[in-house]
Write a protein that binds this ligand. Structure first.
Ligand code: SF4
Length: 757
């Protein structure tokens, strides 16, 4: 047995893990007490990671699909030569926009995404589709308008807050906040602190809350509007904060004075007294904060929900201080700023949809392949992502991906998407390569964990940095050797700070400007071999550390790093390489939040005309008149579901079927009992489900978990493929993110003879 450290890859917290390995097995897994953020914390899911590392769906060599649908093994050289030639041919015949990428890293593998972006650059394409575009881009868009850039990302200081509202999230199961279960316990135990949960279901978090506002599904915008109106009409908003830090309050105030509070509260189904109690309690709190997640980002009025949620803490002045909501700085720039008002930002061909933070919404992708005529997408690389199961409208994705001239899937396992690919390229697992997460979203202290590989790559698999660098070389975008730059890297002292190398790289890029987009691969090929322990893939972190330290020198020094203007970032890089459990890279002061606001006047611009217009319309929407007796809230987080990384169903200790939760009263009406099979049918599709009776859901509401439906080891789908129920057009008009939390459905008892095909 060998002891080592790594991180969990099952949710955005990426908790540090202490592991014992036995050969190629993860034999024992527990929390790593030395991880700077999680400090030994883990939930039950991490203990099952061996099911990811070793399972029957692992890929071991490149595969090429034949005309009859069979896959045959090919060499890396054969695969990459053909892929490179076909990409070049498509680029020269149809232009770069005929190419798109999907994915580019999951919950803990963002290293590969940085290298994949270079292939988009080589093709001259802006078409970047990933799961943030079906979850968070409404939020990013609002941030862009309020704070000046779409990469101004907000976070919440739950640990220091005395009044915490969890809106549309269930941290007990979905985590998302530091050491979620311990943090919830601490709030619950402290009589001076209040926990409020706003959720249609009595979630595990709601059971611990002081107050649970159990609203009807997708009425969040009405509830938030009513509470904001109460706060402003009762003069509980923070006028001094608004005057000092915000513009445009008058327009927001005028809107709030017109909100029909009683009517809006009635729509939510929440007792009026509770709504007033929470509005007043939060506004008067010393330090209030709000944590939101997909519960409002997959509900009706998604983007408006995000605007109202942010107004909630901004109008109360719970921003830019301990225990409030804050902006944070980023070491890894996973978001960008693509304001659609800028004429240089390219929209998609068919839907004319603009990217937000550089990301296009998966909801439009099938149409961009099938409907855009001569301007259609013809070739794609799908990286660490399984759109067939995880993005809305499985049937439409099957048709669209089946129509591509070239589909390349880079993944650890044979996924449902990979089965449609022309080439399947096997990636080393997340425990077989250098990796990191770009989800470093903390403030004031922020940490970064560069994970060292636990094992050598399996069989003929390769890490993504090698795959994409080779592809650039096969495409002729980069030479296979760069002798001068390699020599400079080689002759620098091994313990040096690479400053001579960085000067040489800058000189090279000044001469060869077309190589600028390929800086990650240049670093990988030239500096990479000189880094200790084979950390070549991490070479791209050097310029990121230099840039970060240059921008936030005091925050880096407060975190304990030393150096002058030239050396601080390089020393930070060396520390990141050396510390196997992760590093605190910055400690900000709270007043530095204002330097992270990117509007020209450094003020928060509350007035967003598009949102005010949508807010105005809110009163005119009728209660959704439906021909369906149930609302399905899809994508629930439970004890044993995670991202699609787990394919082997043996990892689940409970809930093997991904059961449909149904209120017992509804079950009686339908003549269903626990364990019965049923058909869940939307206007768009149907899936077969197993029923579980659960009074945590409201009558008339049913839920299904995400993360099921994989055809493990070529078998039948394991649990519901819920995206067969969801149309890509059932989505938010601004961000085009799907309404997974509001799908009208029927539930029918299922006889054996009626099994859904
Ligand atoms: S699933 Fe999330 S909270 Fe649980 S151990 Fe993994 S990273 Fe931590």
């Amino acid at each position: 047995m060998t002891a080592d450290v790594t991180a969990c890859i099952l949710c955005s917290r990426n908790c540090g893990l202490s592991v014992e390995t036995d050969g190629r097995r993860l034999a024992r897994i527990k929390g790593d007490p030395n991880h700077p953020l999680s400090k030994g914390y883990v939930c039950q899911k991490a203990a099952r990671l061996e099911h990811y590392q070793n399972n029957a769906d692992r890929l071991s060599q490149p595969l090429q699909r034949q005309a009859d649908g069979r896959f045959v093994p090919v060499s890396w050289d054969e695969a990459l030569t053909d892929i490179a030639q076909r990409l070049q041919a498509i680029r020269s015949r149809h232009g770069g926009q005929a190419f798109a990428t999907a994915g580019g890293g999951g919950q803990g593998n963002h290293m590969g995404g940085a290298y994949l972006a270079q292939i988009r650059a080589a093709m001259g394409s802006h078409q970047n589709y990933n799961s943030l575009g079906q979850e968070k881009t409404g939020d990013f868009w609002v941030n862009g308008r309020l704070f000046g850039r779409q990469d101004c990302h907000t976070t919440e200081d739950v640990e220091e807050s005395d009044y915490v509202i969890f809106l549309g999230c269930n941290p007990y199961q979905s985590h998302g906040i530091p050491n979620a279960r311990d943090t919830l316990k601490a709030i619950k135990k402290d009589p001076a602190r209040t926990m409020v949960v706003i959720d249609p279901r009595v979630t595990e978090t709601a059971k611990q809350a002081d107050i649970h506002l159990q609203l009807k599904p997708s009425t969040d915008a009405y509830l938030l509007s009513a509470m904001l109106a109460i706060i402003v009409r009762e003069g509980l908003h923070d006028q001094a904060f608004i005057e000092q830090h915000c513009t445009g309050f008058e327009a927001v105030e005028a809107m709030l004075l017109s909100v029909p509070i009683d009517n809006y509260i009635a729509r939510t189904g929440v007792p009026e007294a509770d709504v007033y109690r929470v509005a007043r309690g939060y506004a008067r709190a010393r330090a209030g904060c709000m944590r939101v997640d997909l519960g409002i980002q997959h509900s009706l009025h998604t983007t408006l929900n995000g605007y109202l949620e942010k107004l909630f803490y901004l109008l109360c002045g719970h921003f830019g201080k301990p225990g409030g909501n804050n902006l944070h700085s980023s070491l890894i720039p996973i978001l960008s700023h693509t304001d659609e008002r800028n004429p240089r930002i390219k929209s998609s061909a068919y839907h004319q949809m603009f990217p937000v933070s550089g990301i296009l919404p998966p909801n439009i992708l099938p149409d961009e392949i099938l409907q855009a005529g001569e301007d259609r997408i013809r070739a794609m690389i799908v990286d660490s992502c399984n759109p067939l199961l995880t993005w809305a409208d499985t049937a439409r994705y099957e048709a669209a991906f089946g129509a591509l001239e070239l589909l390349v899937v880079v993944d650890v396992a044979m996924t449902e998407t990979a089965r449609l690919a022309h080439y399947v390229l096997p990636a080393a697992s997340q425990f077989e390569k250098w990796e990191f997460t770009g989800f470093n979203l903390e403030f004031p202290a922020n940490a970064f964990h560069l994970r060292h590989p636990l094992f050598k790559p399996f069989a003929s698999t390769l890490p993504e940095p090698e795959i994409y660098t080779r592809l650039l070389e096969y495409m002729g975008e980069l030479p296979t050797s760069l002798p001068w730059l390699s020599r400079v890297a080689r002759h620098e002292p091994r313990a040096g700070l690479h400053l001579g190398y960085m000067a040489a790289l800058a000189a090279t890029l000044a001469r060869q400007r077309h190589w600028v987009p390929y800086a990650a691969s240049l670093l990988y090929r030239t500096l990479g071999p000189q880094l200790p322990q084979g950390a070549a893939a991490a070479a791209l972190l050097l310029p990121l550390c230099l840039a970060y330290a240059n921008q936030f020198p005091q925050a880096v020094r407060r975190a304990g790093h030393r150096g002058n203007r030239l050396t601080l970032g390089a020393r930070l890089f060396k520390t990141i390489l050396a510390q196997r459990s992760g590093v605190v890279f910055s400690v900000h002061r709270f007043d530095e939040v204002w330097s992270l606001v990117k509007t020209k006047d450094r003020k928060i611009h509350l007035q967003i005309p598009e949102m005010l217009a949508e807010w105005e319309r809110l009163g005119q929407y009728a209660d959704p008149a439906l021909d369906y007796p149930f609302i399905l809230m899809a994508g629930e987080r439970r004890s044993y579901n995670a991202n699609q990384i787990f394919r082997d169903p043996g990892w689940r200790k409970v809930d093997h079927d991904g059961a449909l939760r149904l209120h017992p009263a509804d079950a009686r009406t339908l003549g269903l009992k626990a364990g019965d099979r049923a058909r869940c049918e939307s206007a768009h599709g149907q899936v077969e489900v197993v029923v579980s009776l659960d009074d945590s859901v409201q009558p008339g509401v049913v839920t299904l978990p995400h993360g099921y439906g994989a055809r493990f080891n070529n078998g039948d789908p394991q649990g519901p493929q819920l995206n067969r129920l969801v149309s890509g057009t059932h989505c938010d008009p601004f961000s085009r993110t799907p309404y997974h939390k509001f799908i009208p459905v029927h539930v029918y008892p299922l006889d054996a003879a009626d099994a859904v095909g």
